[in-house]
Design a protein around this ligand. Structure first.
Ligand SMILES: *Cc1c(COP(=O)(O)O)cnc(C)c1O
Length: 392
């Protein structure tokens, strides 16, 4: 039902990323010519006759609007297929189900709190074990490895301290051991970083963040180029049904059209804000890989074309944190990231409260750490807002 014109254009041309972001796999609906992908709000599809199908049977299996979103995400990632889920965590959960009781997975020690929770509170009961280590060091990964390890699950940059892992080297290690490399690419998106091209087997997204980009929907994606992995993931997806709805798929498609524009603006806004904070006396520590002083700065330049929109920073006390959160005006105190609006988050209380205090303190998620997700507003307005809140 979806036209194939982007892939099989008359000129057999492979289009630029920015063009694919706007058009997806098919620019228009072949049935009506609609340039905006129609929202096929139908649970089921009529069959022409016995043993015949339009290609769509029931929306848990596939829906044309969801398929268009999956096709667009997969083209942008240079993957073979993408699968769309109702949230990032539904995508993560589906990937963990590729493993079985007795398997272990090496996981970045600094990561989104929900991922820690799903391993510890849900999958540990089923005998799937997470081994946490600082994946910025290959040596740590080698030390954590044992024959029960079946995958390495990375965030790079990590959430919230922006640590950078070497995706190429880790993928080489995984290939040697015949295990999978899984990368949560939520922070940079395929616009800046393409883990599959760097050797990873599976890419995961919270599409809630930059991909949809407007703080208006939850979404999750998995992308891979490995047929066996894709087949297994499809089986789990259609059996469980945590699929992205037609309307939410449309919101993602609409968000993707401006992904390159947003990421460019966010990247330049964030660089300016990071430099402002870096020179501010109220800031005791700053984590932004776009600053040359950041430990992962040079490495990130070898695997990403941008530094992204997340800055974490430490102030002198928890009391100061409270004042900043009370005194930002334009910047909103809310969890989440990756939208058009700039948000400030208190990781210890919001995104990372599932992580035990001892581990949190070790990775730097203490009561003085704040995380900023920079949006696309005017950067001077954002700097003024921060300047005011920090001065009180
Ligand atoms: C938000 C987030 C998730 C979880 O995604 P949801 O869409 O909220 O379910 C996973 N990984 C990272 C890095 C995130 O920021």
């Amino acid at each position: 039902m979806n036209g194939d014109n982007m892939k099989n254009s008359k000129k057999q041309k492979k289009y630029n990323y920015n063009t694919v972001a706007v058009h997806g796999k098919s620019s228009f609906d072949p049935l009506t010519g609609a340039v905006s992908t129609p929202i096929y709000q139908s649970a089921t599809f009529r069959h022409p006759k016995l043993y015949e199908s339009t290609g769509y049977d029931y929306s848990r299996l596939q829906n044309p609007t969801r398929e268009a979103a999956e096709n667009a995400i997969s083209l942008l990632e240079n993957g073979k297929e993408a699968l769309a889920f109702s949230s990032g965590m539904a995508a993560v959960s589906t990937v963990i189900k590729l493993f079985k009781s007795g398997d272990s997975i090496i996981v970045s020690d600094d990561l989104y709190g929900g991922i820690y929770r799903i391993f510890e509170s849900i999958y540990s009961v089923y005998g799937i074990k997470a081994i946490y280590t600082d994946t910025t060091s290959i040596q740590n990964i080698e030390n954590a490895y044992s024959p029960s390890v079946k995958a390495i699950f990375l965030e790079s940059p990590t959430n919230p301290t922006m640590k950078i892992s070497n995706i190429r080297k880790i993928s080489e290690f995984s290939k040697e051991k015949n295990i999978l490399t899984i990368v949560d690419n939520t922070f940079l998106t395929s616009y800046f970083q393409k883990p599959l091209d760097l050797g990873a087997d599976i890419v995961i997204y919270s599409g809630t963040k930059y991909l949809a980009g407007h703080n208006d929907t939850l979404a999750g994606f998995i992308v891979s180029s490995n047929d066996d992995i894709i087949e297994n993931l499809r089986l789990i997806q259609k059996s469980e049904g945590a699929v992205l709805s037609p309307f939410d798929s449309w919101l993602v498609l609409r968000g993707l059209k401006t992904l390159p524009l947003r990421m460019d603006r966010i990247n330049s806004n964030t660089q300016k804000i990071a430099e402002f904070l870096n020179n501010h006396s109220a800031i005791k520590k700053i984590y932004y890989p776009g600053l040359p002083s950041h430990k992962g700065h040079e490495l990130l330049k070898t695997q990403s074309t941008g530094f992204g929109g997340i800055i974490s920073f430490e102030v002198e006390s928890a009391a100061k944190v409270e004042k900043i959160l009370e005194n930002v005006e334009l910047i909103m105190f809310a969890e989440s990231l990756g939208g058009t609006e700039t948000l400030i988050t208190y990781p210890m209380v919001q995104t990372h409260n599932a992580i035990p205090e001892e581990i949190r303190n070790k990775i730097g998620v203490n009561d003085r750490l704040l995380r900023l997700s920079v949006g696309i507003e005017n950067v001077d307005d954002l700097v003024d807002d921060l300047d005011f809140a920090l001065s009180i």
